[in-house]
Design a protein around this ligand. Structure first.
Ligand SMILES: *[C@@H]1O[C@H](CO)[C@@H](O)[C@H](O)[C@H]1NC(C)=O
Ligand SMILES: *[C@@H]1O[C@H](CO)[C@@H](O)[C@H](O)[C@H]1NC(C)=O
Ligand SMILES: *[C@@H]1O[C@H](CO)[C@@H](O)[C@H](O)[C@H]1NC(C)=O
Length: 358
């Protein structure tokens, strides 16, 4: 009797497990070209776990010294959005003496350094230099060169390298389904000085626009970022300034949305450090903007050649980056949390600027 019940129970459990596995498989492979954000818990869940929480865990404490650009998010988001839960993240400065890591946003440091922690740091405490800007937009503040133990930046050789990386699929996909295309070439950019700005990317855009139609959307009012990009065959992934490894979300966006990025930034080889060489078109592949425009117009009519730019999608997935303003720095902060939970090395950054501005 008991045996029958056991067997029946086991069968039910097996069937249920099967359904769950099938559901997960379906769910994982479901295409989402528009990159809708996963639903984030409503309201301010877990306002701030209080200090007692740290007693119960041996997770290292990471203290966020400044909120970058005052863009605040719920620390729980590291767990919900990135499954990162390896440190105790806090902005409570009274935890400073016990913090294993202090994350310091470079741009917020005052020139006289008066808003940095002043009390002596514990032997185990590491300070993390947090800067996502390129050297062009980074202010040199005297006296911070010898303060830090770790660097967090877009740079590949930073201790904590922050970037939206492609991930390898578990199984090769056979079919590539592209979102519907309504436009040829698009650009989302601050557009108020489109005709006068002398930045390199604007110069190139003006040349290009003489020969091919570019649909420009103003970045301050562009809604549905991924949806807009996915409706275009090509997208201008033009970086604001040109530096090694400085390849930002403007490149990740079209990859994630199912569009071909036309890149202007560091040399092609540097892009190929992060994405397959057949996934994008580099402006340097052409002698000038006219030739690029002609090439794009030819590709528009040759679907077979066009679709080849998406072959990488059989093997890799590009993840939609977070576009909500409050999440602008969440990815970086959570990555720091992951690092702090994982690595405990002793380190000193001897000369920050020599490295960063090199
Ligand atoms: C947590 O630690 C603090 C000081 O380290 C102590 O005062 C407090 O009683 C502890 N709380 C619990 C729940 O253990
Ligand atoms: C440091 O600079 C800030 C802002 O410029 C100023 O408000 C503050 O008084 C200065 N502190 C010291 C100690 O000089
Ligand atoms: C962190 O860097 C400071 C300043 O260079 C150094 O004095 C300290 O020993 C370093 N600590 C660790 C844990 O690496």
């Amino acid at each position: 009797m008991a045996f029958h019940i056991l067997r029946a129970t086991a069968a039910v459990i097996l069937v249920l497990a099967g359904i769950i596995v099938l559901f997960l498989m379906y769910y994982k492979s479901f295409p989402s070209p528009n990159c809708h954000l996963p639903p984030v818990h409503s309201g301010r869940l877990a306002k701030q776990a209080n200090i007692h929480a740290t007693n119960e865990t041996d997770k290292p404490i990471m203290l966020l010294w400044f909120w970058p650009e005052n863009k605040r998010f719920d620390f729980q988001d590291c767990k919900t959005l990135f499954k990162i839960d390896s440190c105790y993240l806090t902005d409570d400065r009274s935890l400073y003496p016990r913090a294993h890591a202090v994350l310091v946003f470079h741009r917020a440091i005052q020139d006289n350094l008066s808003n940095l922690p002043t009390s002596p740091r514990a032997r185990f405490q590491r300070w993390i230099w947090f800067n996502m800007d390129s050297p062009t937009s980074t202010r040199r503040i005297a006296g911070v060169q010898g303060l830090f133990n770790l660097t967090l930046s877009y740079r590949k050789d930073a201790d904590i390298h922050v970037r939206w990386k492609l991930t390898l699929k578990e199984k090769t996909d056979q079919d590539i389904v592209l979102p519907k295309k309504e436009r040829l070439l698009c650009w989302i950019v601050e557009s108020n000085d489109l005709q006068t700005n002398s930045g390199e990317r604007y110069n190139y855009y003006r040349e290009l626009a003489k020969h091919i139609k570019v649909d420009v959307f103003d970045s301050s009012s562009a809604e549905n970022y991924f949806q807009t990009i996915s409706s275009c065959k090509f997208y201008l992934s033009f970086e604001e300034s040109i530096h090694r490894d400085y390849i930002t979300e403007t490149f990740n966006g079209p990859l994630a949305a199912g569009t071909v990025p036309i890149v202007l930034g560091p040399p092609r080889g540097n892009y190929e450090d992060f994405a397959p060489g057949t996934s994008f078109i580099h402006v340097n592949d052409f002698p000038d903007a006219v030739t690029l425009a002609q090439f794009l117009l030819r590709l528009e009519k040759d679907n077979e050649a066009y679709i080849k730019y998406f072959n990488w999608r059989r093997i890799y997935t590009a993840r939609c980056h977070l576009t909500e303003e409050k999440h602008k720095f969440a990815h970086a902060i959570c990555q720091a949390c992951r690092h702090v939970g994982k690595y405990k090395e002793y380190r000193v950054v001897p000369d920050l600027y020599k490295w960063f501005f090199a």
